[in-house]
Design a protein around this ligand. Structure first.
Ligand SMILES: [Zn+2]
Length: 192
């Protein structure tokens, strides 16, 4: 391993790229930038025994979090908000102190490849090569992100157990807070 190679969250960038390809399916500038954002958040937070993460977009960032931290969707320590904002917050769920990291939109024009990839405005043009965008993200990604300490209003992980019951229509168990029948029988089904 190249001793000068940069790391994100203690993982060398070359290992991170291999792991993202395995996990995410392909090499993604968004995961790379996400990795740098998580690295910044965790660096600012310091030791965090009860680490939780919230992402404010459903794309890329949740996979970066799951690759680089113990927080996953399945264990509940990662919460994913569908806000379409490329931002995340790492926090301690006991202390409710966190660090939010986001993209400084007004700085993007200084970084043409990242800008082109991020804005996706020139769709008729070929997408920039992963290698080219990746290099710009690795070299300069830290300059387009900003971070700030935040206080969580509440922990976002479900801590109490969720009451369940049997749906009178389909007979399957579901979370009772969803109503008198399960969401599928209530009209939200995604299948026929
Ligand atoms: Zn049902």
């Amino acid at each position: 391993m190249d001793p000068n190679e940069k790391e994100v969250c203690g993982v060398s960038l070359s290992d991170f790229v291999v792991r993202m390809e395995e996990f995410h399916g392909f090499r993604s500038p968004g995961l790379l930038l996400g990795g740098i954002m998580i690295d910044r958040a965790l660096g600012e937070l310091g030791p965090t025994p009860y680490l939780n993460v919230v992402t404010e977009t459903v794309v890329c960032l949740p996979d970066a979090v799951q690759l680089l931290t113990p927080c996953t969707i399945g264990n509940g320590f990662l919460r994913v908000l569908d806000w379409g904002k490329f931002a995340l917050t790492g926090y301690d769920r006991m202390e409710l102190t966190g660090v939010r990291v986001w993209i400084m939109q007004d700085r993007l024009p200084e970084y043409p490849l990242i800008h082109r990839w991020f804005e996706r405005t020139q769709r008729s043009e070929p997408k920039p090569d992963f290698e080219d965008v990746a290099n710009e993200i690795i070299e300069r990604g830290s300059k387009i992100i900003e971070c700030k300490g935040v206080r969580l209003r509440r922990p976002l992980k479900e801590v109490s157990s969720i009451p369940t019951g049997i749906c009178s229509s389909c007979g399957e168990s579901y979370a009772l807070r969803r109503g008198s029948v399960c969401p599928a029988c209530g009209g939200d089904s995604y299948y026929d």
